[in-house]
Write a protein that binds this ligand. Structure first.
Ligand SMILES: *Cc1c(COP(=O)(O)O)cnc(C)c1O
Length: 377
């Protein structure tokens, strides 16, 4: 993101060497012939989609996936020429943009096929699409009945090329494995039906990060890792996961310090009352930057390597923290919301635990107002 000022009181640092470390670690669990399509949707889980994608391509990845046409266009406009698969739903009004930017759509509903195949008929060669099969996620995807109509009955449009067949696993990181095995069985049936109709599909993919690590037979020609490339996972402790490094850290700067007497209240609604003589630091980040309001009177930030609790309600642009007892704290000192400082460390997992969510949401929440700074690989 272009930034106009030279001093950044609040900044997310993206460690591209940690990103490439995670790529190497993840590659280590792939079986021969299985490649990675990195998922860089949602601004690369908050890490900045353009810089992240460029770093992944430099590291040898040959294709990426986004959610929306707009995300794909942003990558194209940044000069990224690699194949880009658009995982999200496709609307008829988006076909012009899809073709203009050479994006690869996922067809997850047969109702788009007439318009898509008609629009593709002006090209010399069939336009590549990935077909998504619903196998148990209960979200996007065509049914086994659709597959039979399209392939067994030979109704698949000749202006389109089935470059990929995919599904998405609903419980790859869950406590039990049976639901995933069921999904993989249904996916196998669909693959068999498409192949039996004489289609040779080069790219077959089912696994997100968790699926690829936990189910070797979910590794087809591609896997679609997102979260693990960014250094996190949500698999149960019983599953062996390659060592990963968090890529993002989030820092800000103490803007004001105030010592208040017992009984003094802090922030909207007066939900925090000082019980002793208390030193409060004001930090210029709030829920508009992705610091969840659920962290009000919960959770901590690092000051001088020590955890300082959040005092009172999280505001849109600011939070207050209790730094009583931490010596030598001054205006201008660094505060770490995610990352390491001295012997202290706070991860997106910690914040997810404090707020009752998953590290994905913590990372994606970091807003567009926060500048990203890239530490190169
Ligand atoms: C987001 C997403 C992924 C990546 O999942 P992770 O759990 O982050 O690895 C893969 N496939 C699809 C269809 C997705 O929507």
């Amino acid at each position: 993101m272009p930034t106009t000022s030279t001093f950044l009181p609040t900044c997310a640092s993206i460690d591209l060497s940690a990103l490439t470390y995670n790529v190497t670690q993840f590659r280590g669990i792939l079986r021969p012939g299985c490649d990675m399509m990195a998922v860089v949707k949602a601004n690369a889980y908050g890490h900045g989609d353009i810089e992240t994608t460029k770093a992944l391509i430099r590291r040898g990845l040959s294709r990426v996936a986004v959610f929306s046409i707009d995300e794909g266009i942003a990558l194209r406009q940044a000069g990224i020429n690699a194949p880009i698969v658009v995982l999200g739903p496709l609307f008829p009004a988006q076909l012009g943009d899809l073709f203009a930017h050479q994006l690869t759509p996922v067809v997850s509903d047969v109702s788009i096929l007439p318009a898509l195949s008609q629009a593709a008929s002006s090209f010399q060669t069939p336009y590549p699409v990935h077909l998504k099969i619903e196998t148990g996620m209960g979200r996007l995807g065509v049914t086994a009945h659709d597959i039979s109509t399209l392939f067994t009955d030979r109704n698949f449009p000749s202006t389109l090329h089935v470059e990929g067949l995919m599904t998405h696993l609903a419980e790859a990181d869950g406590p039990a494995v049976e639901a995933t095995q069921e999904q993989l069985n249904r996916f196998h049936d669909a693959i068999t039906a498409v192949k039996a109709a004489g289609f040779r599909v080069p790219l077959i993919h089912a696994a997100n990060s968790a699926g690829a690590v936990r189910f070797l037979d979910a590794q087809f020609s591609l896997v679609r890792p997102g979260i693990m490339l960014y250094g996190y996972h949500t698999l149960p402790d019983s599953v062996a996961v390659p060592h990963l490094k968090p890529v993002l850290s989030l820092r800000t700067t103490i803007a004001q310090l105030r010592t208040v007497q017992p009984g003094h209240k802090i922030s909207y609604g007066g939900t925090f009352t000082a019980k002793r003589t208390t030193t409060i630091a004001v930090l210029p980040v709030g829920y508009a930057d992705g610091i969840s309001r659920r962290l009000s009177n919960r959770g901590s930030v690092l000051i001088h390597g020590q955890r300082a609790p959040i005092a009172g309600i999280v505001c849109m642009d600011m939070i207050m923290i209790d730094v009583t007892g931490i010596t030598g704290v001054a205006v201008g000192d660094e505060a770490v919301l995610i990352g390491s400082q001295g012997d202290g460390r706070i991860t997106a997992d910690d914040i997810a635990q404090w707020t009752g969510t998953i590290p994905y949401e913590v990372l994606c929440a970091i807003g567009p107002r926060v500048p990203r700074q890239y530490l190169s690989a």
